[in-house]
Design a protein around this ligand. Structure first.
Ligand SMILES: [Zn+2]
Ligand SMILES: [Zn+2]
Length: 361
């Protein structure tokens, strides 16, 4: 029964957006000279668009239900239960001198670069869903509320899926002490912000850049898709973010499958001191491969973009797909070993963990 309810909510919350209806929007940013622009929205760098027929989604959900997937996390079975790291609230609020990274959970990372406080894909809600009474529920402790953070200068949004663009979290950030942050968003997502009455937003296309104090932000391609309703599939853009100062470089890939994106990013930006790359939501491969990398592919991205240190994100927080919530704890070490990457070069943090980062490139 529980699974049936989950099935129905999954179909409603994910499936409807993923599978029904053609995109019926007009792309007001359309520029025919750009290969990834379409009159009704956007496409991947290789020209593909995520347009799954409903039958494939139904097949996945049916197979998962019959197999009883996802299985409970192994570590929970063993009583581990994702213990949070001690919160470094006072240090983070006072810190302007050191570069730091804090994993809040899922794809939400607080980066402090040259005194600028940057937040990726803020999700502080209990569920990643259009409504808070249904949809994937938080399965690990929420370590920070917005009020526990230093004042955020810049929020970068990778795309408009509910586990990356969360209404309540954005509203809380707008109300933060000291005034709203600047939201840097993919083309088309600014309309959602304007609809919320938020004006401190800047829409960017792939390879666009925008400087805030000493940090330059670049929006870069990823192999994914977008949607918040049955009628807006691929209407707004998706991607990753690069933040570079004179002494430090950060790459956040957003949600992505494999593609030529990473070689192009490496060509333009050279190496990165620190990256946040997804390592969760990857099973079953026949359904997920084109939109979500697995840990093996994540380590390949780490190598392709020349990341000195990478953090695995998009795991351990919300149960979105068939693998157990802590499967990346098993699969990432195997991937590092297979690809010859040192254990200390692609890591997982505990929820809420902060590390001070030193430039390495
Ligand atoms: Zn997504
Ligand atoms: Zn996601």
């Amino acid at each position: 029964m529980k699974r049936l309810v989950a099935l129905v909510s999954a179909v409603l919350l994910v499936g409807v957006a993923l599978s029904f209806g053609a995109c019926s929007t007009v792309n007001s940013h359309y520029n025919g000279s750009k290969a990834h622009h379409r009159p009704d929205g956007f496409a991947n760098l290789d020209g593909t668009r995520q347009e799954e027929p409903f039958s494939r989604l139904a097949t996945w959900q049916w197979q998962a239900m019959r197999a009883g997937l996802p299985k409970p996390p192994y570590q929970v079975i063993q009583g581990y239960n994702f213990p949070a790291a001690p919160r470094q609230e006072a240090f983070l609020k006072a810190n302007t001198a050191q570069n730091t990274a804090t994993w809040i959970g899922h794809a939400t990372v607080l980066m402090q670069i040259d005194g600028l406080n940057i937040l990726t894909d803020p999700v502080f809600s209990e569920r990643t869903s259009p409504v808070q009474f249904a949809g994937p529920k938080r399965r690990a402790p929420l370590t920070f509320k917005v009020s526990d953070l230093p004042r955020i200068d810049v929020v970068v949004i990778s795309h408009n899926h509910y586990d990356h663009l969360d209404t309540d979290s954005v509203r809380d950030l707008v109300k933060q002490a000291g005034g709203p942050p600047l939201f840097l968003v993919p083309l088309g997502v600014e309309k959602w912000f304007h609809g919320q009455g938020i004006q401190s937003v800047k829409a960017m296309d792939w390879w666009d850049q925008h400087a805030v104090k000493g940090v330059t932000f670049h929006f870069v391609p990823a192999h994914h898709w977008s949607s918040r309703s049955p009628f807006d599939r691929n209407a707004s853009l998706w991607g990753g973010w690069v933040a570079k100062s004179s002494s430090f470089s950060f790459y956040f890939s957003g949600d992505t499958g494999m593609g030529e994106d990473f070689a192009q990013i490496a060509k333009r930006f050279g190496r990165f001191d620190f990256s946040a790359i997804p390592v969760g939501a990857y099973e079953p491969r026949w359904f997920m491969q084109s939109q979500h990398v697995n840990p093996h592919e994540a380590v390949q991205i780490h190598k392709t973009v020349g990341s000195a240190l990478s953090l695995g994100v998009h795991w351990g927080t919300f149960e979105l797909t068939d693998e157990s919530l802590d499967q990346p704890m098993v699969d990432l070490p195997l991937a590092r070993k297979a690809l010859g990457v040192a254990d200390t070069d692609f890591v997982l943090f505990q929820h809420g963990e902060t590390r001070v980062l030193t430039p390495k490139n």
